[in-house]
Design a protein around this ligand. Structure first.
Ligand code: UD1
Length: 369
């Protein structure tokens, strides 16, 4: 029996690990042990994903809660190492680009345990982003690099990663959308009539450190989006980091609520997010994952950052980078509001990435199912 430890901790990883875990569960010769670092701990950031995506409860929850990156990553590293020493897996699987990814990869490599990285090779070329550092370090200590796109494969080649370690498997987030779209569920948001009325709807999400670092920048973005079109109704599920900033700054809170066309909500569950993506006209976000999900739902995306790890969407003209600049946000909205397109299998695969990942791992370890 091959023993695999999968390490997750933050919201986007639950989605990815759910898909891979389902395929792993069907392989008799493989035993998956799930470790949750605790990075995301609110019920609507964590537990709801386990429930909605049918993820088995984690075997370990390390309960690491910290704000500073060094403290968070250090505590995770220490706790993950203990688990790995106890479980002695043949392989560690890490996902994406969070501090949990980095801690898992560092703990495993120091113990000489092979690492498979799901979503390898993705780059924004912005080294000020903690996620970019996490991606680069993780890729360079990994043994099986599971790239979602051809662009990611090229990035790894350019950094000198040996070709035999790199496998283009497609994007597991597309697998998740394909699987769960039929179960999309209308969110219940107090006082919100947005889904009943027939005006255009936009999804807004903001959580990146660069946008939530000062209340001025956050207000600037929200005001710019709200001023685009009085008809446009905006749903804004608020990440805990952003919520803290709003709740602690009275003028910011009052300023946001002065806009009549925006509705704030708790973070949405995955099925509720899919409903909004299905129903909306376009998306404003600084999230990496939601940029792709917008594309999977054929929705244009205004990205509230200066750079993106999904350059191929910008090249296709379905995603425009606008930063926090009011004029750029307005120009992007004008360019994209009526843009129609169809997501096809050319960029992110055909929704079978999790199966591809399992096949690569089984081949590497010589397992027959
Ligand atoms: C993390 C990831 C990011 C990913 C995002 C998805 C890193 C460096 N960043 O960013 O790549 O896109 O998750 O959401 O790993 N908090 C709560 N409740 C929670 C979770 C967090 O209150 O359930 C608070 C934390 O205490 C912290 C803040 O929110 O003060 C930010 O959380 P953190 O996990 O540091 O980073 P994210 O912004 O969520």
């Amino acid at each position: 029996m091959m023993r695999v430890v999968s390490i997750v901790g933050a919201r986007p990883q639950f989605v990815k690990a759910a898909m891979v875990g389902k395929v792993f569960a069907a392989i008799q010769a493989l035993d998956e042990i799930l470790v949750h670092t605790g990075q995301h701990y609110d019920a609507d950031m964590s537990e709801v994903f386990f429930r909605q995506l049918d993820i088995k409860p984690p075997h370990y929850n390390l309960g690491v809660k910290a704000t500073l990156h060094g403290a968070m990553t250090g505590r995770m590293l220490e706790q993950v190492e203990k688990v790995l020493l106890k479980e002695r897996p043949e392989l560690v699987v890490v996902y994406g680009d969070t501090n949990s990814t980095l801690a898992g990869a560092l703990a495993a490599t120091k113990l000489h345990i092979p690492i498979a990285h799901v979503e390898a090779g993705v780059r924004s070329s912005n080294r000020k982003m903690p996620e970019e550092i996490n991606r680069i370090v993780t890729d360079h200590v990994s043994d099986i690099l599971l790239a979602p796109t051809r662009a990611a494969v090229r990035n790894l080649q350019a950094e000198g990663v040996p070709a035999h370690k790199v496998h283009m498997v497609g994007d597991v987030m597309l697998d998740a959308v394909r699987t769960f779209r039929p179960r999309a569920r209308r969110p219940v948001i107090a006082g919100c009539r947005q889904f009943e009325i027939n005006s255009p709807l936009a999804l807004l999400t903001i959580h990146r450190a660069e946008n939530t670092g000062t209340p001025q920048r956050l207000k600037h973005i929200i005001d710019a989006v709200c001023a685009l079109d009085k008809q446009l109704k905006i749903i804004f599920p608020v990440h805990p980091r952003t919520r803290k900033m709003i709740d602690s700054t009275k003028w910011l809170k009052d300023g946001i609520f002065a806009n009549k066309n925006i509705t704030l909500s708790q973070p949405l569950g995955y099925l509720e997010l899919l409903y909004v993506l299905e129903r909306c006209a376009l998306v404003f976000t600084d999230s990496g994952g939601i940029q792709k999900e917008a594309y999977f739902f054929n929705k244009p995306c205004v990205t509230l950052r200066e750079d993106t790890e999904w350059e191929e969407l910008v090249a296709m003209g379905v995603n425009v980078l606008a930063g926090a600049d009011k004029e750029k946000i307005r120009a992007a909205y004008k360019a994209l509001a009526n843009h129609r397109f169809q997501c096809d299998g050319s960029l992110y695969g055909k929704g079978r990435a999790a199966e591809n990942i399992a096949r690569v791992i089984m081949d590497e370890f010589g397992i027959n199912n």
